[in-house]
Design a protein around this ligand. Structure first.
Ligand code: AMP
Ligand code: MG
Length: 399
């Protein structure tokens, strides 16, 4: 048995996947379908950004050293137009937000700080050189790489690609993820379970999590707790980019997953993590594919996917990094647990920012899907600490 801490397990997953991954093929997708995908290539600016010295306020383009004072208004420049002349001493040009600052001007005085007297504008305040102007090329220069490869495309990246004139973008193919549930008691969700059977919820929650993380789920048939058929299904699962197994990794007599994988020549990086739920988690590689043996209790399956397998999936999909995105909230009441395990417990987060409040949700242990649907996050209790007081900040993993 090779049991590691939560932090060690995160490190091992990132290290092994980054050094052992073969990146997926690539494809070009229209910008409208780029959301959530991972960029293959660096994207360079097609011209300077902004392409001209851009006014950020409505007001008057001036020479800063002539403020405060009175200047002669020579004309106007609006967004989408250009002032043809050059500003000379004693002159100002009325300017609108988004318009190019005329040659000779070096600042913009906000209209709120001016008074018009016929052909003359009175500038009531001093402005600094460059005030209310974004200089040409200060955001990005023509040819400069503005988007790094391996970057996940979210709406800011979509805005960037649109600005640079890309109607399509090259991304990695979504990794294919086999999902294999094990257990003699587990039946398909369309079946009517006998009193001692349960429906296969794990395959479906995992499929949802895989899709959300940018992968393509492939649901395999349920493997009974028996060597030959489990082996056959695991072999099928290893044809995908990543294999997720649920159940069969504890110490029970019929927990066969590790044995089946070992017989297929698997290398195990760990087979236990000091967390709850999800302690018997297994991570390894067989036939050049990574796999996770996720404990079968539904909350264990969901938590171990979210904190470990998700990172592997993102990295396999070409992402340059896969950090865990914690937020923080203040505890509504005192909290204590037994140190030694990092715990991920169902909780309800309300409010935002400094007013974010965290309430643990009552649950019946790691099979309690009902309690999890009454939660919107997992509170994360460090393995090294026993007590937190009401009002203290705690890390939270949104669901
Ligand atoms: P195991 O990890 O195989 O020992 O299973 C632990 C618990 O999770 C047992 O109560 C199982 O019935 C339950 N379980 C296992 N697989 C699934 C599944 N696919 N869907 C829902 N519950 C499961
Ligand atoms: Mg089982």
């Amino acid at each position: 048995m090779d049991i590691v801490s939560f932090e060690q397990a995160r490190e091992i997953v990132a290290r092994e996947v980054c050094s052992g991954r073969r990146l997926p093929e690539t494809e070009a997708v229209p910008l409208a379908q780029a959301q959530g995908r991972i960029a293959v290539e660096a994207v360079a600016a097609d011209r300077d950004y902004p392409p001209f010295d851009r006014a950020t306020r409505d007001g008057y383009a001036v020479r800063a050293r002539e403020t405060p004072g009175s200047l002669r208004v020579m004309g106007q420049v609006r967004a989408g137009a250009e002032f043809s002349g050059e500003l000379r001493p004693g002159e100002a040009v009325e300017i609108m937000t988004g318009a190019p600052v005329p040659a000779g001007a070096d600042a913009v005085v906000m209209v709120e700080h001016t008074r018009c007297e016929g052909e003359t504008v009175v500038l009531e305040r001093r402005v600094r050189e460059g005030e209310n102007v974004v200089p040409r090329g200060s955001e990005a220069q023509a040819g400069q790489a503005a988007l790094a490869p391996g970057r996940r495309l979210r709406y800011p990246e979509v805005a960037l690609l649109a600005s640079f004139g890309h109607s399509a973008v090259r991304v990695y193919r979504r990794p294919r993820v086999s999902i294999l549930s094990t257990g003699d008691e587990v039946v398909e969700i369309a079946d009517t379970p006998l009193p001692y059977q349960i429906r296969n919820s794990n395959a479906h929650s995992l499929a949802a999590q895989v899709t959300r993380a940018g992968g393509e789920p492939i649901l395999l048939p349920i493997a009974p707790d028996e060597l030959a058929s489990t082996t056959g299904l695991v072999e099928r699962g290893l044809e995908a980019d990543l294999l997720l197994l649920s159940g069969g990794v504890s110490m029970g007599k019929y927990d066969l997953v590790e044995r089946v994988l070992a017989d297929l020549g698997a290398q195990f990086f760990f087979d236990g993590v000091l967390i709850q739920p999800g302690k018997p988690l297994v991570f390894g590689r067989a036939r050049e594919k990574f796999f996770f043996g996720l404990p079968g209790n539904p909350l264990s399956t969901m938590v171990t996917f979210e904190v470990f397998a998700r990172a592997a999936l993102e990295l396999l999909g070409g992402a340059a990094e896969a950090p865990l995105r914690f937020t923080h909230a203040r505890l509504a009441s005192d909290f204590r647990h037994r140190p030694g395990l990092t715990r991920f417990l169902p909780a309800m987060l309300s409010g935002a920012g400094d007013a974010a409040v965290l309430n643990p949700v009552k649950w019946q242990g790691s099979g309690d899907v009902v309690a999890l649907t009454r939660s919107n996050c997992l509170l994360v209790a460090s393995a090294n600490r026993e007590e937190w007081k009401a009002g203290e900040w705690m890390p939270v993993l949104p669901l």
